[in-house]
Design a protein around this ligand. Structure first.
Ligand SMILES: Nc1nc2c(c(=O)[nH]1)N[C@H]1C(S)=C(S)[C@@H](COP(=O)(O)O)O[C@H]1N2
Ligand SMILES: [Mo]
Length: 449
């Protein structure tokens, strides 16, 4: 057995984590009980992760070591060899492409180490074609119609001159962020934690514009429209058209924005003008915004029906068929924390006795109460120093210093707890077919020596 393990354990973990786990930890005592990581299993695991494992005794069975888990999200076989990096004007060449058509790219956690995410590092999510850049942005037209007393048609120039502008640093996060952590795999873009970023957005309150339009009492829901084309090129097919309850539209931080980090909003991020609806799935933040229709019922546009941006009300058996009646529209995003420094896979000099950590955390509509970190597979935890958000919906940066008792392989885990006491789970929970709400603790691998 030892020879076989050493030859194939890495491949095994990529192809069949369950089998690899059984071989390393042993399953002789039955499927629900694991052996200890010792002898041949420990040697094989150490060979794969590249060092002795000081806390091996705490390593949970079924755990794909962080050293290999992050680089290869559990996509169905054949597993990808390595990431494809983005090549796009103005974008960092270490963003990871998770879809080419439409273009989707995520930001590895260690590139989210800035307090404000630079545009070049900000994730990209398209559902359709990327439009040509608008030549005269201020002439761009936005309409407001539906259940309103005064239909509006405004140019971006008028929006800028007639309404009061504000700037907020706020997280934009894809509804599917964390989807790659689901098992069995959930369908959709396999985001790890990088479908999120935190930028300074400048624009006006959506609520001010809706007030000017005079929403009728019957107007209870928004519907968002844009000019991007369906991948098929068929102009009659919607790419994405989502909406929200009026209360969220009237939130003073729900905005129509034209600038990002003080720059005119780049075309790839929806320029010249988009919605920015913080705390809720990114799909509400319509790019290339052309129209908002106020409706007297929940919107039913592209991305509103079936299991799209919907969560299971009652827990379902992972992998099971969905019953449409068991779903509701996803609203606030769940609590999440990421370690932004060091990067996953960092090697520290032999004899290093500890490492300083930096990270970020956020919690949809809520704030983060605590972030804790562990170096011993969750046996013990220590609190991180957590900063206050700059304004509502900003992320909260955190720092911690942890001790590493000897040379070898470590996993550093981070978990956040939101202001209502909900904590990130060990594994992605509440499985749903389209994989929303996956927010397990972030784990990185660090090798000393
Ligand atoms: N018009 C339009 N708006 C859109 C999308 C799109 O495909 N078309 N994608 C949405 C989704 S799913 C997300 S997560 C965010 C991503 O914004 P970004 O590409 O600026 O990061 O934009 C949203 N707005
Ligand atoms: Mo998204």
């Amino acid at each position: 057995m030892p020879d076989k393990i050493e030859r194939s354990i890495e491949e095994l973990y990529r192809d069949s984590p369950e089998r690899a786990d059984a071989e390393v930890f042993g399953r002789e005592t039955g499927p629900s009980r694991r052996g200890f990581l010792n002898g041949a299993g420990l040697a094989a695991m150490s060979a794969v992760v590249g060092g002795a494992i000081p806390f091996a005794a705490n390593m949970p069975g079924g755990l794909i070591p962080a050293a290999m888990a992050q680089a290869t999200p559990p996509t169905p076989p054949p597993a990808k060899k390595g990431p494809t990096y983005l090549n796009y004007p103005g974008k960092n060449d270490r963003l990871v492409v998770i879809g080419e058509r439409p273009l989707v790219a995520e930001t590895p956690e260690h590139l989210l180490d800035d307090d404000t995410t630079p545009i070049e590092k900000f994730f990209i999510r398209n559902n359709g074609q990327i439009p040509e850049e608008a030549k005269e942005g201020d002439k761009w037209k936005i309409a407001v119609d539906g259940e309103v007393n005064n239909k509006l048609e405004l140019t971006l120039g008028e929006l800028k001159s007639k309404y009061k502008a504000q700037t907020r640093r706020m997280v934009l996060e894809c509804g599917g962020n964390g989807r790659a952590f689901y098992s069995p795999p959930a369908s959709g873009n396999q985001w790890t934690n990088g479908g999120a970023g935190c930028a300074e957005w400048t624009g006006v309150r959506l609520g001010d514009v809706l007030k000017a339009a005079g929403v009728k009492p019957s107007g209870i829901y928004t519907a968002h429209y844009s000019s991007d084309l369906h991948l098929s090129g068929d102009a009659s097919r919607e790419v994405l058209s989502r909406g929200m309850r009026m209360a969220k539209a009237m939130d003073p931080d729900s905005m129509i924005v034209w600038a990002m980090n003080g720059q005119p909003l780049p075309n790839i991020h929806g320029g010249p003008v988009r919605l920015l609806i913080p705390g809720w799935p990114g799909s509400l933040s319509q790019k290339w915004l052309t129209k908002i229709t106020i409706r007297d019922k929940e919107h039913d546009g592209q991305g509103m029906t079936g299991t799209s941006y919907r969560l299971a009300i009652k827990p379902m058996v992972p992998g099971d068929k969905a019953d449409p009646k068991n779903f509701r529209v996803m609203e606030s995003m769940p609590v999440r924390s990421i370690i932004t420094s060091p990067a996953n896979g960092t090697k520290l000099a032999a004899g290093s006795k500890g490492v300083k950590l930096r990270g970020a955390s956020w919690a949809g509509d809520l704030t983060v109460k605590t972030v804790d970190v562990s170096t011993d597979y969750g046996m013990t935890w220590q609190p991180a120093k957590l900063e206050k958000p700059k304004n509502k919906y900003d992320w909260q940066r955190w720092t911690a210093a942890v001790k590493l008792p000897g040379d070898g392989y470590y996993e550093i885990w981070a978990r956040a707890t939101d202001s209502k006491g909900k904590m990130q789970p060990h594994v992605a929970a509440n499985w749903n077919p389209s994989g929303y709400g996956g927010n397990p603790m972030h784990r990185i691998a660090v090798l000393v020596g």
